[in-house]
Design a protein around this ligand. Structure first.
Ligand SMILES: C[S@@+](CC[C@H](N)C(=O)[O-])C[C@H]1O[C@@H](n2cnc3c(N)ncnc32)[C@H](O)[C@@H]1O
Length: 308
């Protein structure tokens, strides 16, 4: 059963320090964007006749993990994020990590919905793991404004990994995420969770404004259920003319992990669930894991669209 959530814009900024964000934990426990992630993007963009490769915009960049990958392909990368302190941190990390690269970065503290980037100047705009914090229709309009005609919009979301090969552990892990979802309420989180629960199918790309819409679901076992945290949902805006592709068994989005990692990973999601509040579930997971690491697989969605 689905619970419909109104598509009202989020008022408070999502994923802020105030809500418990810790970038050091994020870098340790979130999946690293692997080569296949960037390959999907470059393959889509390269298919277009006369595709140009001058400027990329990493929207909702956080500490700049996607920007670092883009730097190997684009001579100019715009790094933007609205939350206080995030682009400053991204600048520090990127200047260290890409010291030998000739890419020039531009850092902007601003949200996806209103950008100071000039119209028609961006080749590829990427909003990774952040569209749920935006007023999605406004953000998509703004991305279109920034793009050159023929430019590529890339919107991505990975969700909680599933445990494979240990049903008991997966059952407890799921119960842990039920506790997360029970706490993730209020206008901002209802907004965000209902968007990611649809695997981004609620994002609309109006005909005439966009073409070549392609939605790729990686490691989703052929079902959008793989992305659901709970029953909050939104209407699908997928059109018949759009292409939907399923890619199974992408090992780039798989790993082997044990108890400490599961605790660390949960702590990277806001709202943070204090460990002591679900101590009984962590104890059950510890028993189910029996001191072993287990295989995890992360479902990922990538939505491409080309500015018409
Ligand atoms: C989970 S982090 C993703 C960071 C990075 N893009 C990645 O993929 O790892 C979500 C980011 O969305 C940003 N964000 C929140 N509201 C936003 C908005 N209205 N527009 C753009 N980004 C926003 C947050 O500041 C945060 O950096």
């Amino acid at each position: 059963m689905s619970t419909a959530v109104q598509a009202s814009p989020a008022k408070e900024l999502g994923f802020s320090y105030k809500q418990g964000v810790n970038w050091s934990e994020y870098l340790d426990f979130r999946p690293v964007y692997p080569p296949s992630f960037f390959e999907h993007i470059y393959t889509y963009h390269a298919q277009k006749p006369n595709s140009s490769w001058s400027v990329a915009h990493d929207i909702g960049a956080g500490c700049g993990v996607v920007s670092a990958g883009l730097a190997s392909k684009f001579p100019r990368v715009i790094v933007s994020d609205p939350n206080d302190g995030f682009v400053t941190l991204a600048q520090t990390l990127l200047e260290k990590d890409t010291a030998s690269s000739s890419t020039s970065f531009r850092f902007l503290q601003e949200g996806a919905e209103k950008s100071s980037v000039d119209a028609g100047t961006v080749d590829v705009a990427i909003a990774a793991e952040c569209i749920q914090w935006t007023d999605t229709a406004t953000a998509i309009r703004e991305i279109r404004r920034e793009l050159k005609v023929g430019g590529t919009s890339v919107i991505t979301h990975y969700t909680v990994p599933r445990i494979v090969g240990n049903n008991e552990a997966q059952k407890v892990w799921k119960a842990i995420w039920d506790e997360y979802a029970r706490r993730a309420t209020g206008p901002l989180l209802d907004h965000a969770v209902s968007i990611v629960n649809t695997a981004l199918d609620c994002l609309e790309f109006p005909e005439g404004e966009w073409e070549g819409v392609r939605r790729i679901h990686v490691n989703a076992q052929g079902s959008l259920e793989s992305y659901r945290l709970d029953s909050r949902s939104r209407e699908s805006k997928v059109r018949d003319s759009e292409e939907v592709a399923w890619v199974e068994g992408d090992d780039d989005w798989a790993d082997e992990q044990g108890l400490a990692w599961f605790k660390g990973y949960l702590a990277t999601w806001v709202p943070v669930v204090p460990e002591q509040e679900i101590q009984h579930l962590w104890a059950e997971l510890e028993t189910a894991l029996g001191g072993q690491k287990v295989r995890i697989e992360t479902p990922l969605t990538i939505v491409f669209a080309t500015k018409a």
